[in-house]
Design a protein around this ligand. Structure first.
Ligand code: AHR
Length: 514
């Protein structure tokens, strides 16, 4: 009897594929190119908040932490490797109280202020205008400055722009030169306020639209081809804000912002923990982050009525995961760990932005260092790269790529009445012609086999890298900085026009087809 059973098992093992995971079918339409995925879609946000700037980027020239003119070498090198395309600075809510004059001139003479938004700590103003632009030049990023419309004035913003950009020998131009900068700075984007509906002035949208019009009239760069003005857009699903601001000022702006944070529970009082969470908070975070797609679709539909040619970009200039503060940490500093869940969440959002590349032409994840969903975490002289960093590393091939349609038919991953697609993906043709597919397995327990029918591309080589981990909250620490990192993709099968590969549970993969 035992030998008959053994024979049946052996026969089954021979007949069945070695791997009996669930499967998903994808169809890539490489012959239907869409919009360009602007590099700025992988932008960052750096606010004077907690250790985001001080220690995260700036340690000062006298620091024992290795630095270049005050900027920490390890962070600069890490950010250069992922080709950060643009950085938004100095806030956030901090920008709504910031006076740019506090941050220019000899450092020893700069005033100390109180950062009332974030912990009531002293703001030394050691990192100011010149430091920000030098930092952007060091990492090769474009610049996005948020002006203070909330508690500042149009005159202040106009003078800041003149100081930054004038090639003339005006008093402000000469002041810039005395402060060490002969040539105008390259200012690419200027935000006319931040969260004007909240920390930026508690305004109503019609009032903000009028203020935007007034400000836009006077905010003229002194040199350079363009300055793109970003208007304060909605918080999450505030469609009435988009309607009113587009109606009142749509013709004056180059971009409208959107802010949407992912909370695993959806409750600002109990957001959920960054580590040590259960599977309900895994799927809770992912289902809520998928809501980004609906937000973009519905805000875009409103924008389309006022701007059918899509001249105005939607700039998702604050987004990411926001968890409860770690026990013992300063609640005003928004420091949180960053796990495999954050990696999956980041890749899902980048995929969504690729799907809407014709309208979403910038995004700025919150935030770059030591704050919320960060790229890097630092502890004095130590630095770790987060799982989110590695997603940006994998996805940098999409910067400047042409979006390609990708149909996905996948089973759902469900838990406790919440259900999400197990597979989420996007595709693009890179500048060198290589076709890239970014694909995420949202299921934390089960691998999934995907087969991708390739239409409009003949590929003979499929390579790539995958980011995965055994635990949902796997993360890198200062003691074990390399626990989560991408590895080369082991097995792909490319047969004729079909690519087959297995996505590990809870993973982010980028495949390159040549
Ligand atoms: O990113 C943290 C804060 O979130 C920003 O300062 C603010 O604009 C938003 O509410």
């Amino acid at each position: 009897m035992r030998s008959i059973l053994a024979g049946i098992v052996a026969a089954l093992a021979f007949a069945l594929p070695a791997f009996a995971a669930p499967t998903a079918s994808l169809v890539l339409h490489a012959d239907q190119p869409g919009a360009r995925i602007e590099p700025e879609v992988q932008g960052q946000f750096a606010e004077h908040l907690g250790r985001g700037i001080y220690e995260g980027v700036w340690v000062g020239e006298g620091s024992s932490i290795p630095n270049t003119r005050g900027f920490r070498n390890d962070v600069i090198a890490a950010l250069k490797r992922i080709h950060v395309p643009v950085v938004r600075w100095p806030g956030g809510c901090f920008a709504d109280t910031y006076n740019w004059r506090d941050g220019v001139g000899p450092r020893k003479d700069r005033p100390t202020r109180v950062n009332n938004n974030w912990g009531g700590v002293e703001e030394p103003n050691a990192f100011g205008t010149h430091e920000f632009f030098e930092f952007a030049e060091l990492i090769g990023a474009k610049t996005y400055v948020s002006g203070n419309l909330g508690s500042g004035s149009v005159r202040e913003m106009g003078e800041w722009i003149e100081y930054l950009t004038t090639p003339t020998r005006s008093t402000l131009g000469q002041e810039r030169r005395r402060n060490g900068r002969e040539a105008p700075f390259k200012l690419d984007y200027f935000g006319v306020g931040n969260e004007a509906w909240g920390c930026g002035g508690s305004m109503r949208p019609q009032f903000y639209a009028d203020l935007f019009r007034q400000a836009a009239t006077f905010l003229r760069p002194g040199s350079g081809p363009t300055l793109r003005k970003v208007a304060v857009g909605p918080s999450a699903d505030d469609y009435a804000w988009t309607e009113a601001v587009m109606a009142g000022a749509g013709d004056q702006m180059d971009a409208l912002s959107l802010h949407y944070y992912t909370l695993p529970t959806g409750d600002w009082n109990h957001k959920g923990a960054a580590v040590g969470f259960d599977e309900a908070q895994w799927i809770g975070a992912l289902s809520r982050t998928l809501h980004m797609d609906e937000l973009i679709v519905r805000h875009t539909a409103i924008m389309d009525r006022y701007d059918p040619k899509k001249r105005v970009a939607l700039a998702v200039d604050e987004w990411g995961a926001w968890y409860d503060t770690e026990p013992g940490a300063n609640p005003g500093f928004l420091f949180q760990q960053n796990t495999m869940r954050d990696a999956v969440l980041a890749a899902v959002n980048l995929n969504i932005f690729h799907h809407h590349a014709d309208r979403v032409r910038m995004s700025n994840i919150a935030q770059m260092a030591n704050v919320l969903q960060a790229m890097v975490l630092t502890d004095r002289e130590k630095m770790v790269l987060t799982p989110t960093y590695y997603v940006y590393d994998l996805y940098q091939v999409f910067q400047g790529a042409t979006a390609l349609p990708l149909e996905v038919q996948a089973p759902n991953y469900a838990l406790g009445g919440v259900s999400v697609p197990a597979v989420h993906a996007s595709a693009g043709r890179g500048l060198d012609g290589t076709v890239h597919i970014g694909v995420v397995n949202l299921d934390p327990r089960s691998p999934i086999e995907i087969s991708v029918k390739l239409e409009g591309v003949h590929a003979t080589i499929a390579t790539g890298r995958v980011l995965t981990a055994s635990a949902m909250d796997a993360h890198n620490t200062f003691e074990a900085p390399d626990a989560v990192h991408p590895v080369p993709l082991a097995k792909t099968r490319l047969r004729g026009d079909t690519l087959v590969l297995v996505l590990p549970a809870k993973s982010v993969t980028v495949v390159d087809l040549k």
